[in-house]
Structure formats: structure tokens, C-alpha cells
Write a protein that binds this ligand. Structure first.
Ligand SMILES: Nc1ncnc2c1ncn2[C@@H]1O[C@H](COP(=O)(O)OP(=O)(O)OP(=O)(O)O)[C@@H](O)[C@H]1O
Length: 866
């Protein structure tokens, strides 16, 4: 089919044939800022891209559309240097991208906002932006907060640049990602489904910024499933289907239906299934009475079996909090009954009652990425597919095949891991799981976010089928057209109240928009109060709260024991405590460094023993102190380097690598000295035990080192990168951080911190014996856990390590004063650690999500899609 236009002639391709890209004739020579030629990419079992050409000119917004799995994200991953193509050339700003290298692409002027933002959850917003755009542009880490705040304020999303990214809502995270990309002043800006999580108001702000970017001569690639938006914003549109270009068109020359037809290769018939025919006599399945929480107040409504009820309103008015509360994922008071039976608190109780929830943030909450499609689909219904605890693989595979066909999920096989599917297909997997669970109550939050036009139709059908099968369905959507087409009734929420109910003919796009708009203004005072409350909560959830709790416990324990036994405060005892704590401080710091980078070091204890034995051949009467210390240093460097190389280069799991090192070192020191020997030169031991007043010098040094590490962790590039790698290694890689190098360095630094602990131990035992050192591995882990460091990496505080080391030593010290048996020196630290870990879990897990919006002056009617 060919369409002629006065200015430019565009050859549209045949729908059914994989025809070559059309030719755009008689254009004046315009600079192509992004030129992709002959890009081909194959994954196991999938040809994602086949000989794709794409040219994006200076000053144009070029939309890329296609159904889920068409290859859009893969093409952009190739363009941005994140993925190497099998064939083809990427040219950015007139320069060929030599190899797949995101850093190089960024240097050439390309910035990308991905579907799955490359953000590091444990870092603050400011740190994320500094890592993403480079420290120089930010003016150094010290200025990052003010700089980042300046970039974010125009979006009016209430994002505090000092907040941790993990605490932001989905849309706030997208805004951070977008602001980060824009701050690079890119020549080529790629936006991969940036609006899926944004409100209309934010979309308009985004469009205004994007227009500004192209008016400055940059080129923008815009990927979206929202065809009306695509038509509104773009100059040209390229359609991809099954990895091939199906045509490039001037946006003004094609209508929405034509674009959709080309994208999915068929005509779309009825978008929405017929509504149900429930009447007054149908029983209520879900009954909500007087439900209230911080974000919504006194909500009561009922949903009948077979009915689909929509939740609407300007975002931030309590809808999202309400649906999560119904799913048992957020705290609320009031009653929720399913078939007349009260549902208890918590998501497990909700699931048992037959409530199934499809979250909006399916990338984070909905799928188990390393598991196969079949396992993901059957995850909620494993008992049905198992006999005697054994999963019947054939059954889960055949169930998965049926649903893959029914939902048109693009996956080479049910055994494919979900992480290799496109974003939209991952969402369909979540829905497939829901269907299989045969819910009594189905709660769907933004069910068609990020899915293509064809899949939308499938999803509407699934939701209606679930209702027809008897479920009570609640759909939260920011798309009024979707609510109009799908819902039997719609509840409008404002300021946390259900302010209107639309039924029958009232369920229309216009009425939903009007009702939401006329009843909504946010309460500033409430926002203010929330802000104050959340500052305290943020501190509690932060990295430093454990230090305060541990210090308080340390002082309290000391006072209690001193009150019952005054000799506890004797100079001898205090000096002893302070000297013993030095090695704990060093080993705690050593473990902390690797754990922050999402590693683990089991070899710390035997490494100390090995170094002591090594030293015992030289730091003796007649030996040479410097040779001994030099040998210890070389030994520590070797241990750290080998551990680091095993983990970072060979990809050995940290536990396995350092366990092997643990055993190797034990063998080594036993080989060197099978029985204790080599008396350490007493003058050296005395030197190590030197003190100022009653405070050992070595303890002062340890505290200073840890304080310096804390400053480095927050203020230096090394510290930010270590936390970044620990927080999310794949995102760090995409951001161009040297992940392997950072990991290697963490093991070497850990060994260097273990070295002074070994020196102190040497002074304590005074003889070449490795065995007393082994327990330090466990001590180092205890200190780190007590300090509240995340054992998954990314967050922790060296100040908390100081407090934890002091508390552990205090606990060990008080047992004899309290007349407790030796067993208590094991039980007490264990109990305290368990208690602390539970306390931290409570403090950090108490509030799982922030409100979706903290301030929302209303500028436009939501929805508005046609
Ligand atoms: N790492 C990977 N391993 C295996 N297959 C992959 C991988 N990445 C993508 N694919 C496959 O390549 C195809 C194209 O995926 P891509 O993510 O580019 O699609 P998309 O057009 O961006 O879809 P969506 O709109 O759903 O995001 C899909 O079939 C997908 O399953």
C-alpha cells in the first residue's frame, strides 16, 4: 500500500510480507544523529532483530512502535552499546560505535531511559544521578544533592534528592531516570516506554521537555505502546514486527488504526469484551467496610461475583494504597470479607482467602526472573501440580503451553527463563499466573501498562473471563477509556475517600474524568504532616539508626553490670575491653567492605592465623621485625587478590571462593606449624599494646580508620561505586561502572583491614599459633549483621560497625561479672544479634511504599486517550 503526501512520499509496506523498509524520497540531506544499519541479533531460539535499518535525524522525534517482543528494546540496547549485535553498524553523531560499550555511546552523546530504569536502589537519588551523569557534571559528590534537586524540582514530584531510590514510587523512579538522561544534554535521547508509569500531567511535562531537546537540534527515539501519544509527539514513526522493520511513516500520514494494524499484522476487532449481566440478586463476593489507613479513610464498598469495578481518580488520592491494602500488602484497619468470611491481615491471609493481586510494578514485584516461564506461571498453584511434594513437570509445562498460546506470550519455550522475555511478555506471564489461580477476588493495578494493543485486548478478555467465572474484579487504572470499556461500575476516589460511584451509562470516559477532576485537590497540610513524619521514619529506616540503638545497648549494659559489680569499671577491665575490641573493629570493617559490595569473606579468621604463623618465624628474638611485617603484608595482599580474582574474574560464588580459601589457609598454617611455636618478641607485643591513659593506641587507630572509611563510603567515588555494585550489579554495569574491578578491590581492602587484626592477635597470643584465629570469621559476620548492614550488599555504616564491635566485646566481657557460665558468651551475642536483626527488619520493612504522589496540582483531566 502506498500513501502519497505533498511534501514527502512514503512507501508503506505490505502487511503480510516481511518487506524491506520503505524509501523516503526527495528529502533534503539531513544529518542522521543515530544511524543503525543492518542490525541483526539472535538469542537462543529467537531472532530478535533481522537486518534492521533505522535513521534518526537531528531535530526529529522518531517513534518506534511494535507489539511486545517485536525487538524495540533489543534494538535500543544495541544502539546504546549495552548489547553487541551479531551484525550491523551503529553510528552515533556521525561516529561508528566500535564495540558494544555504554560508556562510549554516552561519550558520543547518547542517553537512554530504559523500561527497567538503571537505578541503584540502595543509593540516594543524588548519588544515582551523580553516578549516571558523571561526577564532573555534578560538580563533585559534595554538590550532588543540590544539583540533583535542581534537576528534579521542575517535575514537582516531591522527590527529595537525599532519599534512597528504593523508597521511591515507580513513577518517581522513572522521573529520576528521565531527569538523569536529560541532564546529560544528549545529542541522541532514547526513551523506552517512559510514560507507562506517568500521569497525564507528567506526560505533558515530559513532552514539553522532549520538544525542547529536539528544538536544540538533538534527535529523540520514542518507544511507546500508547499510539495516541505517539501520534501526538512524533514526527516519524517506524514500525517493527518480529524483528523486522515494517515501514517508516510521517506521523501525520497514518492514523492510529493503521499503525496498530502494521504493528500486530492483523486488524483489531472489538477491543472490549461484552460487559457482564449481573443484577441486584447476585451475591456480594468482596465486602469492604470502614477500611482506613494513612492514605485513605473510611472506605466501604462491595463487589458482586461476576462484576468488574474500576477505581479512578487523580493519582495520589488513595487508590493505589487501597488496592494494596485489599491485597494485604499495606496496613489498614476495618473489615474485608470474601464470601462473608473476614480476611485477616497480611498478604498470605489475603491469598488464602482467594484474593489475587496483579501489581503495577510487575518488573519488581511480579515475576521471579531466574525461574522459567512455566515455573512463574505455576508459582501460585504448585500444590495443584504436585504429588507428594514432587512437582509434576509435565503438568506445569502443559499448563504453561496452553496459557502461552491463549495469551500470545512470545517465548521460545515454557522452559525459557522469564528474564529473557520482553517487558510486555513478562507482564503477560504475571497475568497467566493469575488466571491459573482462579481467584475469588482479582485485584489488578494498571493491568495494561506497557503492553501492546493486541495484548490489551487479550488482557481485557482475561479480566472479563475471570469475572464471568465468578470472580469479583477490581481494576485500578489511570486510563478512563479502559475503565469505560471494561467496568460495570467505577468508584471515584479523592483525598482518600470514595466520593462518587458511577454505574450503567454513567461509566463513560468523560464522566470519569469530570468526576475525578471536580472532586480533587490535595490537602497541603496532610502532605506537610506526612513530610515531617517521614523524616523521622527515613532516619529509622536509614543506615545510621542501628548505631544509635547499639550504642544505647552498650551503655545500658555497662551501667547495669557496673551497678551490680563496681569492679567492672576498673582501669584493668576497661583497658582490657578496649584492647580486645581493636581486632573486632578491624575484622568487622574487613567483612563490611566485602558485604557492601554484595560479597562475603569466610576466610578472615584463618587468614589472621596464617599471618600470625608467618610472622612467628621472623618477629622473634634474633629475627627481623620489618621482614616479618613485610611478609604479613604480602600474605594479606595475596589472600585478598586471590579471593577477589576468584569472585570477580572467574565468577565463583563468594561463599565458595572464600570457603576454599578458609580451608587452604588452615592447611597452610598447620603445614608451617603443626604445633604452636616461635615466641613473638615481647618488646613488639608491648609496643602493640601501648596506650594513652587507659586507651590502647591500636583501638584509637582502629576507630579513626573506621571513621575514615565511613567518610569515604559516603563522600568518595570509591564508596559510591562500592555501594552501587552491591546494590545492583547489572544496573551498575549498564551505567558503565567497573564492577569487576570494584569487587576485586573490595577483597584486597578487606585483607588489608584484616592485617592489623592479625597483628593485634599476634600480640595477644604471643606465639605462632593459627588456631585461636578461626573464630574471628564468625565474629566479623556477627559485627556486620549487628551493624544492620544488608547482607545482600549496598547499604551499611562503618559507624554502626564501631558500635556493634563495642557491644559484642561488652557482651563477652560482662559474662564473668554477672557470674554467667562460659556458654553464655556464645548464647548472649547470638540472642542479641537475632533481636537486632528482627528489630532492623521491623524498622526497615514497616513502610514498604510511599504514596504515589506527594503533591499533585491538577492541570489536566486524566485519561483522555481515544
Ligand atoms: N537476553 C535475552 N535472552 C533471550 N531472549 C531475549 C533476550 N532479550 C530479548 N529477548 C527476546 O528478543 C525478542 C525481542 O525482545 P525485546 O525486549 O526487544 O522486545 P520489545 O519490542 O522491546 O517488547 P516490549 O514491548 O514487550 O518491551 C523477544 O522475543 C525476547 O524474548
Amino acid at each position: 500500500m502506498t500513501t502519497a503526501d505533498a511534501g514527502a512520499e512514503i512507501l508503506m509496506t505490505n502487511l503480510d510480507v516481511g518487506a524491506p523498509a520503505p524509501v523516503i524520497a526527495s528529502d533534503p540531506p539531513i544529518e542522521n544523529l543515530l544511524a543503525l544499519s543492518g542490525i541483526t541479533k539472535t538469542f537462543p531460539g529467537v531472532r530478535a532483530l533481522a537486518d534492521v535499518d533505522l535513521q534518526v535525524r537531528s531535530g526529529e522525534i522518531h517513534a518506534l512502535v511494535g507489539e511486545n517482543g517485536a525487538g524495540k528494546s533489543t534494538l535500543m540496547a544495541v544502539a546504546s552499546g549495552a548489547l553487541a549485535p551479531d551484525a550491523g553498524v551503529v553510528r552515533i553523531n556521525g561516529v561508528d560505535l566500535g564495540s558494544a560499550n555504554p560508556e562510549e555511546a554516552r561519550r558520543l552523546g547518547l542517553a537512554i531511559v530504559r523500561q527497567d530504569p538503571a537505578l541503584l536502589p540502595d543509593l540516594t537519588v543524588a548519588e544515582n544521578m551523580a553516578v549516571g551523569v558523571g561526577y564532573r557534571r555534578v560538580g563533585g559528590l559534595g554538590r550532588a544533592v543540590r544539583w540533583a534537586q535542581g534537576q528534579l524540582d521542575p517535575w514537582q514530584m516531591g522527590i527529595d534528592a537525599r532519599s534512597r531510590v528504593a523508597d521511591l514510587s515507580v513513577e518517581q523512579r522513572f522521573i529520576v531516570e528521565i531527569a538523569k538522561a536529560l541532564a546529560l544534554n544528549p545529542r541522541v535521547l532514547i526513551l523506552d516506554e517512559p510514560t507507562e508509569h506517568l500521569s497525564l500531567e507528567e506526560v505533558q511535562k515530559l513532552f514539553a521537555r522532549v520538544r525542547q531537546v529536539v528544538s536544540d537540534g538533538a534527535a529523540v527515539v520514542y518507544i511507546s505502546h500508547r499510539i495516541p501519544e505517539v501520534k501526538q509527539i512524533s514526527d516519524r514513526i517506524t514500525v517493527l514486527r518480529d524483528g523486522k522493520v515494517r515501514g517508516t511513516f510521517l506521523a501525520d500520514d497514518v492514523d492510529e488504526a493503521q499503525i496498530i494494524e502494521r504493528a500486530i499484522g492483523r486488524k483489531l476487532e472489538a477491543v472490549f469484551p461484552a460487559k457482564g449481566s449481573i443484577d441486584e440478586t447476585t451475591a456480594n463476593r468482596l465486602d469492604v467496610q470502614g477500611l482506613r489507613s494513612e492514605h485513605f479513610h473510611d472506605v466501604s464498598f462491595a463487589v458482586r461475583s461476576g462484576e468488574i469495578v474500576g477505581l479512578a481518580g487523580v493519582q495520589g488520592n488513595g487508590q493505589s494504597a487501597l488496592i494494596r491494602a485489599l491485597a494485604g500488602q499495606a496496613l489498614a484497619t476495618g473489615t474485608v470479607t470474601v464470601d462473608g468470611i473476614a480476611v485477616r491481615r497480611g498478604s498470605t491471609a489475603a491469598a488464602r482467602a482467594g484474593i489475587v493481586y496483579v501489581p503495577a510494578d510487575r518488573h519488581r514485584e511480579g515475576v521471579f526472573l531466574p525461574l522459567s516461564v512455566a515455573e512463574n506461571i505455576s508459582a501460585a498453584t504448585l500444590p495443584d501440580a504436585s504429588t507428594g511434594g514432587f512437582v509434576r513437570e509435565k503438568r506445569i509445562l502443559s499448563r504453561a503451553r496452553d496459557l502461552i498460546d491463549a495469551l500470545a506470550i512470545k517465548a521460545p519455550s515454557p522452559r525459557t527463563t522469564v528474564q529473557s522475555l520482553s517487558g510486555g511478555n513478562q507482564q503477560k506471564v504475571v497475568l497467566a499466573r493469575t488466571v491459573l489461580a482462579r481467584p475469588r477476588v482479582l485485584l489488578a493495578e494498571e493491568p495494561t501498562q506497557g503492553v501492546d494493543a493486541g495484548a490489551r485486548v487479550d488482557i481485557y478478555r482475561i479480566l472479563r473471563d475471570s469475572a464471568d467465572a465468578g470472580a469479583a474484579v477490581v481494576v485500578l487504572s489511570s486510563d478512563s477509556v479502559e475503565l469505560e470499556g471494561l467496568c460495570d461500575r467505577v468508584l471515584i476516589m479523592s483525598r482518600g475517600h470514595v466520593v462518587r460511584e458511577l454505574a450503567g451509562d454513567e461509566v463513560s470516559e468523560a464522566e470519569i474524568g469530570r468526576a475525578a477532576l471536580t472532586s480533587t485537590t490535595m490537602r497541603e497540610r496532610e502532605e506537610h504532616d506526612r513530610g515531617r513524619r517521614s523524616a523521622w521514619r527515613d532516619w529509622l529506616r536509614g543506615d545510621h539508626a542501628p548505631a544509635a540503638a547499639l550504642a544505647a545497648a552498650f551503655v545500658a549494659l555497662g551501667l547495669v553490670v557496673a551497678a551490680s559489680n563496681p569492679s567492672y569499671l576498673s582501669a584493668f577491665n576497661i583497658n582490657n575491653l578496649l584492647f580486645m575490641v581493636a581486632s573486632l573493629l578491624f575484622v568487622g570493617a574487613a567483612q563490611q567492605v566485602v558485604v557492601l559490595g554484595a560479597g562475603f569473606d569466610l576466610s578472615i579468621g584463618p587468614a589472621m592465623g596464617f599471618l600470625v604463623v608467618l610472622a612467628s618465624f621472623w618477629i622473634t628474638d634474633g629475627g627481623n621485625l620489618y621482614v616479618g611485617l613485610g611478609l604479613m603484608l604480602v600474605g594479606a595482599l595475596c589472600i585478598g587478590t586471590v579471593n577477589g580474582l576468584l569472585v570477580s574474574r572467574l565468577g565463583v560464588s563468594p561463599v565458595v571462593a572464600t570457603l576454599a580459601m578458609f580451608m587452604a589457609l588452615q592447611g597452610l598454617y598447620l603445614l608451617l606449624r603443626s604445633t604452636p611455636g616461635g615466641v613473638i618478641f615481647p618488646a613488639v607485643a608491648d609496643m602493640i599494646q601501648a596506650r594513652v591513659g587507659i586507651i590502647p593506641v591500636v583501638t584509637i587507630i582502629a576507630v579513626v580508620v573506621l571513621l575514615a572509611l565511613e567518610v569515604a563510603l559516603r563522600r568518595t567515588r570509591w564508596g559510591v561505586e562500592l555501594r552501587a555494585v552491591g546494590s545492583k550489579a547489572d544496573a551498575s554495569e549498564r551505567l558503565g561502572l567497573r564492577v569487576r574491578w570494584v569487587r576485586l578491590l573490595s577483597y584486597v581492602l578487606a585483607s588489608l583491614l584484616m592485617l592489623p587484626a592479625a597483628v593485634v592477635l599476634m600480640a595477644q597470643i604471643g606465639i605462632g599459633d593459627g588456631r585461636p584465629s578461626v573464630s574471628y570469621t564468625l565474629s566479623s559476620v556477627t559485627v556486620v549483621v549487628l551493624a544492620g548492614t544488608s547482607i545482600f550488599g549496598g547499604r551499611g555504616s562503618f559507624i554502626a560497625v564501631i558500635a556493634a564491635a563495642f557491644l559484642v566485646q561488652q557482651i563477652l566481657n560482662v559474662s564473668p561479672f554477672l557470674g554467667l557460665s562460659q556458654a553464655w558468651s556464645y548464647w548472649l551475642p547470638g540472642l542479641v544479634t537475632l533481636g537486632a536483626a528482627s528489630l532492623y527488619a521491623l524498622m526497615r520493612g514497616g513502610v514498604r511504599r510511599r504514596p504515589r504522589r506527594s503533591s499533585a496540582p491538577i492541570a489536566a483531566v486524566p485519561g483522555g486517550r481515544s
